[in-house]
Design a protein around this ligand. Sequence first.
Ligand SMILES: Cc1cc2nc3c(=O)[nH]c(=O)nc-3n(C[C@H](O)[C@H](O)[C@H](O)COP(=O)(O)OP(=O)(O)OC[C@H]3O[C@@H](n4cnc5c(N)ncnc54)[C@H](O)[C@@H]3O)c2cc1C
Length: 567
Amino acid sequence: MIHEYEVVIIGGGLAGLRAALQVFDAGVDVAVISKVNPLRSHSVAAQGGMNASLGNVRGPEGSVDTWKNHAYDTVKGSDYLADQDAVEIMCREAPLSVIELEHLGTVWSRLENGKIAQRPFGGAGFPRTCYAADRTGHNALHTLYEQVNHRKIPIYEEFFVTSLIRNQERCTGCTALEFLKGEIHGFIAKAVLMATGGFGRIFNKSTNALINTGDGQALALRAGVPLKDMEFVQFHPTTLYGTNILITEGARGEGGMLLNKRGERFMEKYAPGSLDLAPRDVVARSIEEEIAQKRGFEGDYVQLDLRHIGAERIKERLPGIRQISMDFAGIDPVNDPIPVQPGQHYSMGGIDVDINGQTILPGLYAAGECACISVHGANRLGGNSILETVVFGRLVADKIIEDINDLATPPKKQVEKGIKTSKNHLEKIIQSKGLENQFNIKNMLNKTMSTKFGIFRKEDGMLKGLGDIHKMQEIVSTVSIKNKELELNHALIRLLELQGMLHVAESVAISAIERRESRGSHKRTDFPERNDENFLKHTLVKGEAGNMVVSYSPVQLGMFEPEERVY
Ligand SMILES: Cc1cc2nc3c(=O)[nH]c(=O)nc-3n(C[C@H](O)[C@H](O)[C@H](O)COP(=O)(O)OP(=O)(O)OC[C@H]3O[C@@H](n4cnc5c(N)ncnc54)[C@H](O)[C@@H]3O)c2cc1C
């Protein structure tokens, strides 16, 4: 079956839905494709909040926040790798985006005076993070989903996109497998927006939903589009020991303290100025160091103590965190400290786009976590990601609306060919009689990424890891799945994801090996210092799986000169 729209958006999270509203309201014909019901997109899990310099809560000595303060914290937090023109846009647009979400229906937590509440987050000089208790993403995603439904924008849910269609000059649509019926559909579009989220699940110990497998990044690579800054993977300092469910930074924003097994507030040693509210890369490394120095509990975790905050405030501001602690660790943070350890959390890198969200392939755009418009650089500040999704979901949509009149409707031919190629690929997988079990490969991949490309990295370990990824890429072609039907075939979807994950993992590995310095989340024990002379630049990586190449592009400086990062 072939469908025709002016714009197709792949992804029903915050970025995809925000873009869909914008495109629809401009009178442009648009549809959303999502491999799950949009409300199951990972955005629903965002807890702590969204940054904007509303200035509703005063900063040090009664000072009032500005977009420029926000931009400074973001650029410093990024270890000077963020593009400052993109950061400026995001920070200037932030207050408007919070209010816009409110007008669409998002219920923000309030101060006593009725203004939108704001709390401190790591690496921020002001209490800047607007929140809806500790369920901010849930609140915002439901709001946008209601608005999309109200407008009756078509949503193809449980459709797994299998390929992007391109001719010599441009992207002309995509193909997707309808999970329920097992049919391959073709989508013809003048413009395609990727909003497919992160790739956290290539690692183990991750806060990410199981669906965060980097399909969008893999689709882009296969269409010849590079990925940018893939070596910068964020490890969140506080994930629940045992399950790695996120314990939001908002918990430290409300006053939570990290303690080692001697009862010491160890952040006094690592970041005396910011303590527990230093940026994530700094806090995650500090915890890892405490554990390595045998000052962790059971050799594996530290504690996050909220008890002094008081039961009332915990119940009001952190109800979800309390529930998660009770349900998954059997403790109530009102009475007991929460056991926490670092876990993979966010992908700073992604599909290489310019300031308008355009890739090098005309007609193909990207926004949200799958993209690298480069507002986070080498380390993202908490509360800046939801912000990025809604700001650039809107602005990239505006660019698409501007471009659409100049783009002719693509011919059907290529989509028909794409459907055929996708069908053949799926049939080949279904018919394969190999012995290997795909879940063994997935486990191997997760282990390789966490041990060789985790919080601390070193050349020899990473080279071994890359070799292992190449071997896994070979083995994956010998996998056989038991279910031989195309419809309702979970194993098939998992295998398609795994093929993409291996490609994305290779891009992380190669980028990390080639960056011989330490910056933000990328900590090399063999090159412990930041090296601006050689590496103040973005990494670009592209190519077929097993045969990728690296190049570089300049960082956009401007407002703030790089300086040593001290907290
Ligand atoms: C536990 C947790 C808490 C967080 N808390 C915060 C916070 O408090 N503040 C903050 O700023 N950030 C937070 N973040 C980060 C933030 O939530 C995400 O970066 C952001 O929501 C990503 O939104 P997105 O729209 O880019 O992608 P997602 O919400 O991940 O949506 C991706 C969409 O793409 C679709 N998709 C993917 N592949 C395919 C395919 N092959 N075919 C079809 N569809 C596909 C999926 O179905 C989904 O609809 C948190 C992250 C985590 C993990």
